[in-house]
Design a protein around this ligand. Sequence first.
Ligand code: TLP
Length: 332
Amino acid sequence: MIDLRSDTVTRPTPGMRRAMAEAEVGDDVYGEDPAVRELEERFADLMGHEAALFVPSGTMGNQIGMRLVCEPGQEVLCDADAHVVTYEMGAAAAVFGISTRTVVTGGRLDAAQLVEQVRGRDDWHLTATAAIAVENTHNRGGGLVQPLDQLEQLFAWSREHDVAVHLDGARLVNASVASGVPLATYGRLADTASVCLSKGLGAPVGSVLVGSAARIAAGRLWRKRLGGGMRQAGVLAAAGLYALDHHVERLATDHEHARLLAERLGVDPARVETNIVVVEDVAAPMVAEAAKAEGVLVSQVDARRLRLVTHLDVDKAGVERAADVVAGLIAR
Ligand code: TLP
């Protein structure tokens, strides 16, 4: 099977497994796991923030991150296709009493478009917008990298209007490799940011949430409340550390493979900036089913859109084979 459903399907490489096996560990709820501490310190530094928190998933990173900048009864404003509202099971409302309001952006951040929708805290009638959530890269947008000038404009505006910015950076490392913009540059344009280790970086589990020291200290309590306080989590953190050392630069190969797929599948190359390819105007369930029968797994964004994600478990030959199969089915 050539599995292009997601970059979450990657399995730890032999080198990563060795690093996990050899990790020096302790009880992280006591703050005594050296590998977790090292991962948190490295990420805080990489992202230009004071502190970081290792969490089990991107969903937990996003939800705690948003809770740290938004009180119950206030709202987070985000794109209508954002992961935080599409795939996180209504957690902001169900768990934290946070309201979400969405704007249709098509995936590409336009600061003015979002800012226009912000509702202030001094109106007795309106739900106050405490935070704006940005996704970089944008998953359902097809892995789009958010333009730096828009991120800068949004952040500058947010400083003057007492609105926070949360960054869902599940694939921020892909964005950084594709754009050449350092992670810290992106990181400094957000109050809280979550970055996943278990997507293109190839770790089996885990995400890291960054923010100010005070916010991350509060985030540690939220993580425990949610049952995310892990013990000898260094075996997982070690995979993240290994990924930082060995799997960052190679993301450029995944991006190349995505461009190759796009070319073969007639997708506008201007829409393919990282490792996600969204094919539009196809009978998605039919193509996905038929591709599976030919040994290629792809996912569906909706009934008319397919998603193919490149990653370290699929090489160029696999990508070419997948392109042949899917192109053949689309042409039918
Ligand atoms: N995305 C998964 C699915 O949930 C759709 C995928 O296959 O792409 N933010 C973004 C932008 C994501 O794409 C994801 C995972 C997450 C957050 C959540 O990460 P996890 O799955 O670790 O909770």
